[in-house]
Structures are given as C-alpha cells and as structure tokens.
Design a protein around this ligand. Sequence first.
Ligand SMILES: Nc1nc2c(c(=O)[nH]1)N[C@H]1C(S)=C(S)[C@@H](COP(=O)(O)OP(=O)(O)OC[C@H]3O[C@@H](n4cnc5c(=O)[nH]c(N)nc54)[C@H](O)[C@@H]3O)O[C@H]1N2
Ligand SMILES: Nc1nc2c(c(=O)[nH]1)N[C@H]1C(S)=C(S)[C@@H](COP(=O)(O)OP(=O)(O)OC[C@H]3O[C@@H](n4cnc5c(=O)[nH]c(N)nc54)[C@H](O)[C@@H]3O)O[C@H]1N2
Ligand code: SF4
Ligand SMILES: [Mo]
Length: 880
Amino acid sequence: MPALEPPAAVRTTCPYCGVGCGVLATVANGRIEIRGDPEHPANFGRLCSKGAALAETLGHETRLLHPEIGGRHVSWDAALDHVAAELQRVRDRYGPQSIAFYLSGQLLTEDYYVANKLAKGFIGTPHVDTNSRLCMASSVAGHRRAFGADVVPQCYDDVELADLVVLVGSNTAWCHPILYQRMQVARGERGMRIVNIDPRRTATSEAVDLQLSIAPGSDIAFWNGLLIYLSDAGRLDWRFISDHTEGFAETLAAARQCAPSIQAVAAATGLDEPDIERCYGWWAETPRVVSCYSQGVNQSVAGTDTVNAIINCHLATGRIGNPGAGPLSLTGQPNAMGGREVGGLANQLAAHMGFAPEERERVRRFWSAPNLVEGEGYKAVQMFDAVARGEIKALWVMGTNPAVSLPQADRMRDALGKLELFVMSENVRSNDTVAHAHVRLPAAAWGEKDGTVTNSERRISRQRAFLPPAGEARADWWIMSRVAQRLGWRDAFNFYGPADVFREHADLSGYDNAGARAFDISALREIGDGAYHSLAPVQWPLRDQAVGTERLFADGRFFTASRRACFVPVRSAARRRPVDRPFILNTGRVRDQWHTMTRTGLSPRLSGHIAEPFVEIHPDDAARLGLAQGTLACVETDDGSATLRVLVNRGQQPGSLFAPIHWSAENASSARIGALVHGIADPVSGQPDSKATPASVSAVAAGRFGVMLSRTAMPAAGLLYWARARFQHGHVLHFATAGTDPIALPEGDTVTVEDTHSGIFRAAVFREGRLEAVALVSAHPTQARHDWLETQFARDAISDAERRLLLSGRPVAGYADQGPIVCVCFQIGRNAVCGAVAAGASSTSAVGKALGAGTNCGSCIPEIARIIATAHADSAVAAE
Ligand SMILES: Nc1nc2c(c(=O)[nH]1)N[C@H]1C(S)=C(S)[C@@H](COP(=O)(O)OP(=O)(O)OC[C@H]3O[C@@H](n4cnc5c(=O)[nH]c(N)nc54)[C@H](O)[C@@H]3O)O[C@H]1N2
Ligand SMILES: Nc1nc2c(c(=O)[nH]1)N[C@H]1C(S)=C(S)[C@@H](COP(=O)(O)OP(=O)(O)OC[C@H]3O[C@@H](n4cnc5c(=O)[nH]c(N)nc54)[C@H](O)[C@@H]3O)O[C@H]1N2
Ligand code: SF4
Ligand SMILES: [Mo]
C-alpha cells in the first residue's frame, strides 16, 4: 500500500501578542495541530503557552454562527440591507458625524483598510478609532513628536545584539514571552545585562540583573535624571546632536529642573541611590543598549512624555537605529501596527498621512472619495462620551470588547443603550458588549480569516486560513465592502479578496510619496494573488524592491520637515491622591490569558495557571486591613468596584494594588476591572491612564468558600462571589457564599459529607455510574488542590467504596498531588518541580532535564527559577 502523504501544514501567524510568531497549523482527521514555524524570523519555531494552546480555542461552542437582528437569525442579505439602510437613515437625519467606528488591533490590515476608507472617505465621518488608543497611542504620539513619523526604528535582533536591555513598564516574561526568551538566551550566552523598571516584582524580574521597583508614575524623573547623568559624565554624542537633532538645549534644561541629581531622582522614584547610579553607569558605558517599553509607560497620564524622555536619552547618545542600540516600543496586539499603518486612529487620515490640506487632497484623489473628512475625530474615550451624550447615534464595533476594556467601563457600557444603531461584528455569541448590539454579524476568526498583520519590528506576516468559516461567518473586509456597495459605492469597494485590498493599501502608501513618508510598501502594489498567498514575512519600508529594512534612522535622517529628530522637553506630572482612596490600583495581564478571555478562556490547559480574578497586595497593607491570603476583598474606586481573591505578595509595593484585566461578567461575579479605572487620559495621545487609579480596599466577609467541578456549567445566582474556568471534562466554579445556605447541586445520585462544626461540606453527584459533579466547601479558604478529582471525571464507573473516598479530601491512592500547575505544556505542578529541586536540580535546565518542565514553550521558566531561588533561600536559612 502506498504511504499516505502527511497533511500539509499551513504557515500562519499567532493571533495574540505583537511578537508575531509564525505558526504551522495542520488539520488531520478533524484534529488540529499547532507548532511554531522554524522559519519565521520572530520565533524560529518557538511558541509560548498561549500560542501552543491555540488548538484548544478553536471550537464552535461559543461562536456567533449567523447574522442576527434583534436576536433573530436572518440571512446575510437581510442583515447587510438593514445595516446599510440604517446607516443611510442616521446619516440623512443627523449627518455623517453621528456615525462612529470602533476598531481593533486584532483585525487584519485588509479589514482595517476597508473600515478606514469607508468611514473617512465615503460615509464622511472622522470618528474612527481603535482599542490601540488604550494600548499604543502614547508610543505613536511620542514617535511622531521625536521622529516626525510613527516609526519603530529597531528590530528583534537588537535585543540579542545589545549588551544592555532596559525593560520599562513591561512584564515581558508574560506578555512578550518569546522575545523575553530570546533576550534570556543572549544573556546566558553573551552575558548581556537586563534591567527591569516596574513598580512591582513580576515574573520578568526573576531573571534580570537589576530590578528597579520604581514609584508608580515616576519614570520621567528617572529618564530625565539619566540625561543629566550622561551630560555630566561627558557621555553625549555631540556630533549626532548637532548634525541630526533639534531642541537639545531646552530639553536638557527641563531635565535639569526635574531631576538635577541622583538624590533628586531617588526622592522622586523611591529608588535607592546606589541602584540608580548602577543603572545609569551601565547605560552610560554601554553603547549597545536597547530600551523596551510597554503599557507601564504608555497607559499613563504622562505616557507620551515618558516615551519622549526615553527617546531623548537615545538621541543624546546617537544610540538609535544601530545594531543592538535604540528605543523599542513593544506592541501589544498582533496587528496594532497594521492599524497604525492604514490610519485607523482618529488623529490620522491614512497611510501615515494627517489632515493637512495637501494630504487630504492626495487621499481624496487616490480614493476618488466623495466625502473626505476635514480633520481629526473622537478618540476612544471621547467617542464613548459622545455616545453617552447622544451625539453619536450609530456605532459599529469590531474585534474588541469595550464594555470590559474601556476605562469607566460601567458608564461606557450603559452609554451603549443610547444608540439608535449598534452593529457588532464578532466571533463570539456572548460577551459583555455584544449583548447590547442590535445587529450581530458573525466574523471569521483566526484560522478562518486571511490577510496580513504587522508585528513590533515592522514585519508584515500573513495570517492564512486553514479551517472553513464557522457557520455563516465572513471576513470583516467582506462584510464592510458589502455594506459600502449597498450604500452606492460599488466601484470603490469592489474587492474580490484580501490580496485585492492589500494591493490598494500598498499603492496608497507610495502614492505621491517620494521618500516623504516612512510607511511605504509600494514595492508590493502589484503583487499577484499567488505571490500574496505565499508572501514571506518582510519588514517595511519596501519602497523600490521587495527587500525590507531592518533598522531606520542610522543615517540620522528623520521624517520631520527639517529631517532632524526632535528632543522633547518633559517634566514630571503631578497626580491626584485623594485621602479616602489611599491605594493606587495598577492593572495588567497574566501569563496564560488574553484580554477578555473569549479565546484563551476556552482552554482547560491555560485555565490551570491562574483560575480566578485576584488583587495583589503587600503583606503590611494586608495585615493592617485584615486581609488574609485567599479571602475576598472589595476594591473600590470613584468609578466602580470589584470583589476579588486576595493574593498577599511581597513583590507588590505598599500602597499599591494590582488586578488583572481579563475577567468579565461572562466568567466572574464582579471582576470587570475596567469599571474601576478612572477616565483620565494623556492629554497628548488620549491614551487612558489605566495603571494608576486611586482606590480603597476592604475585606468582604464570607460564610463559606468552595469549588465545584461539574460536567455542565452550574448556575451561580445567589453566590456572594464566583469565577468560572474550564477543566478537561467540564467547568470549574470557584465561589463563596454570604451565609451557610445549602449549595445547589446538579441532579443525580448524591453522596455528601458534612461537619457543621468546622463548616466542611463535600458532595459528589453521579449519573449512570459516572461522576457528574464534585463540590468541596469549607468555612475558610483553602489551598486544597482538586487536580486529582478532575482525573476522576475520565472514569466510566466509580464503585460505592470509591465514592466515599472521593470525599475524604485526600487524593485517591496512586495519585501524586501535583500542586498548582507551573508548566502548562506538560502539566507539571509545583510539587514535582520542588521535588526535582530537592533532589539536586539547581538550574532551570536541570529541572527541564529531570521533568521536561519548561522545555517546550518556556513560558514557565521564570516561575521555575523562582521555585529554585526560594528553595535555595530556605536551605540557606536552615543552614544558619
Ligand atoms: N499573557 C498575555 N500577553 C499579552 C496580552 C495579554 O492579554 N495576555 N496582551 C497583549 C497586549 S494587547 C499588550 S498591550 C501587551 C502589554 O504588555 P505589558 O505592558 O508588558 O503588560 P501589562 O501587564 O499591561 O503592564 C506591564 C507592567 O507595567 C507596570 N507598571 C505599572 N505602572 C507603572 C509605572 O508607573 N512605571 C513602570 N515603569 N511600570 C509600570 C505593571 O506593574 C506591569 O507589570 O501584552 C500583550 N501580551
Ligand atoms: N484597566 C485596563 N484596561 C485595559 C488595559 C489595561 O492594561 N488595563 N489594556 C488595554 C489594552 S492594551 C488593550 S489592547 C485592550 C484589549 O481589550 P479588547 O480589545 O476589548 O479585548 P479582547 O478580549 O481582545 O476583545 C477582542 C474581541 O474581538 C473578537 N474578535 C477576535 N478576532 C476578531 C476578528 O477577527 N473579527 C472580529 N470582528 N472580532 C474578533 C473577540 O471575540 C473579542 O470579543 O484592553 C485595554 N484595557
Ligand atoms: S509570544 Fe506567544 S502569544 Fe506572542 S505571538 Fe508568540 S506565541 Fe503568540
Ligand atoms: Mo494592548
């Protein structure tokens, strides 16, 4: 018999973070296999835990499968006719400016291009913005002020070529894991140093040479202090400053006023003087230095100024655009960059053009646009404010979940009720935003859609389809083009496929350009469908030939009118500290969840890492407020409140709280963190200040704490607190009750154990011999693990004797308690890692050799390092 050909793998790109890793997807016998693409220059075959678990997130159970109007399933024709007619009605009645589009860095460039063209050129509304406003807007504004264009001058190779990497406001180990791994390899091989500047200790802090736990919001003083240090130490590159920049003298003067000495920097940042001096000394003496920054910088009331404070130091030393030397903004979403390229932000027009008369005229001509907008539109928060005022009447949201992710999210969610037309293109049937939409349009998801994305290093990669669309789902560019055609703009939106859209986008980038605009991919403007299909990852600019440019600005030529880079004088911003809100609420991400969990939340493997929403608090604050580990706390701000698990952690500064952004009304009782975030934004970029809301925190009294595992999801009504997660055979419900009322169990044969004295209640429910549900309840929060119970759901029959044993609270014989899962790829728990360390494994690679842990995606290596360090510290104490 001839051997069967192995199924061909489809090359595509990971849909999560801005690292933009290449993925190989294979579908065989209904099974999807995901691997890293060894040939992709972002990851060379590696994937982090989220990328590696992609196959677990592609089921249809939560998908929106058909177009709906008012909750009724309708045909595509009916849905598109309705959207077009309603947009026309709103436009005729209230004018084009009453229509808004809210887009996402998770759309493909082709989708984004069509949305931008439709809104700004044809409908004639400038109110187009994107969730990148919450994410990258301060970097965009900082780049434009310094370079005259939104350009990231560096590439990923630079974090390996550098001798010093400074991470600022970035939990790289969890949020850009593959880039972090690349840095760590260089650190191991070449002795490159890493400094981490973050108010809290994070997983990133586990493998760095210097952790600087800076006071929240004090980064400008730190970087101004560095500029003064460089100047005083004679480390400036005067030649670069005089030949290629302007504004240095004012900038130095402003820096001196803000941070005249190391002592002043120490006072402003709360850092120790020797630590500051060590970092400044390294920076001064290391020509190959890369400064990477992310949301701890961008999501701040002074985000743009902080970006410029960092860039100022690179310009002053001429360390920009060189191998291993320059500022590197780490983008969040897979296509935040693509959105910036098409002009998806409200303060850009298209293809790196703004609203100057000649730019508007050029774009009008290129599009033959009948209704080209005059100027900037509302930025995200302003847009939802205008919805709340009743000024925006029609809103089309795609690829983002604003009822969860916007600041003041309760207010923003309630504003949606004012809309006359609310259209949402979505992958999922249910999330906190789509629940309010009048028209729901099923969008093709990752694996089904086809187009391009651009990662943090300006690299354009293809996302390719390897699955048929779920139900009637269609590509976002297709949906918008069909609406545009119905509005009468047939020729301008007559695209037959993503390649067709891409060619027009590439053509516009080079139109009347002649080197004036950084974003130019006109070498691809005539790319054929076949070449587009097989396009290899490539960096822009791509002007004359299809060979990309790794770095920009090494020649000292920028995109300002004078062709010089601009220093920007910056000063520290004062912050409001109300007495009744003594804490600063910091918000961010965890390793294995992506944003509002519509995808990663489906993966049992990824739920194993952190299954509940939490608030991290310093032990001294916790003790003072009577907050014990694992109990519940209510975190409150002027805008909202949440009930979260208490995680007492020394890595948190006193006076600061940290809560993750991932949970929503879909999967927790009260943990939508966006609802707590204040509405303050950076005055230059409009980016919300999501990392520093004044807050208070207090204990929440609970009657009982429990966890229930069940094959089908159990209702949570009446519980004081709950959070849902997945396990391999069903659903996990963590909960707490106000009193000691009985716990609702599913139907079936039930065995229970109860001890009213200690508050313990345990129940197991069986149906047809199989385990249906288990509940473990007690008066106190316990660290008890239930992994061993999860495995019992796989069995077809459980004897009577074993049934009782299930409720003993101890693992059945033969089951080794894993402890919390550390390595999600191989499902290896903390206990096993501790065991290997006790048996002599003293490095992460030794643990890897012994157990396999950390040898696949490597995302857990920082945690393994922490376990080793803790074990060593413990044994050192024991030896004393
Ligand atoms: N696992 C995972 N990875 C992701 C995502 C995800 O949802 N999950 N999302 C992606 C997206 S869209 C983005 S934008 C990126 C975000 O990536 P990151 O920016 O790395 O992630 P965050 O956790 O939002 O915040 C980073 C750090 O900023 C710190 N910080 C807070 N305030 C300050 C301050 O005043 N100064 C300094 N120096 N630091 C401060 C926080 O303590 C936090 O550790 O991650 C991407 N990658
Ligand atoms: N407090 C606080 N708030 C924050 C942040 C923070 O650090 N702190 N971070 C901010 C940042 S950086 C970001 S990027 C945002 C992220 O916040 P969101 O963008 O709101 O979060 P997601 O869960 O990624 O939402 C994406 C939605 O789009 C759907 N979707 C996915 N792919 C497609 C597609 O191809 N087409 C369509 N039509 N739909 C699709 C998904 O099902 C999901 O519902 O949150 C921001 N909010
Ligand atoms: S680092 Fe992880 S989440 Fe980011 S692109 Fe790579 S595999 Fe995807
Ligand atoms: Mo983001």
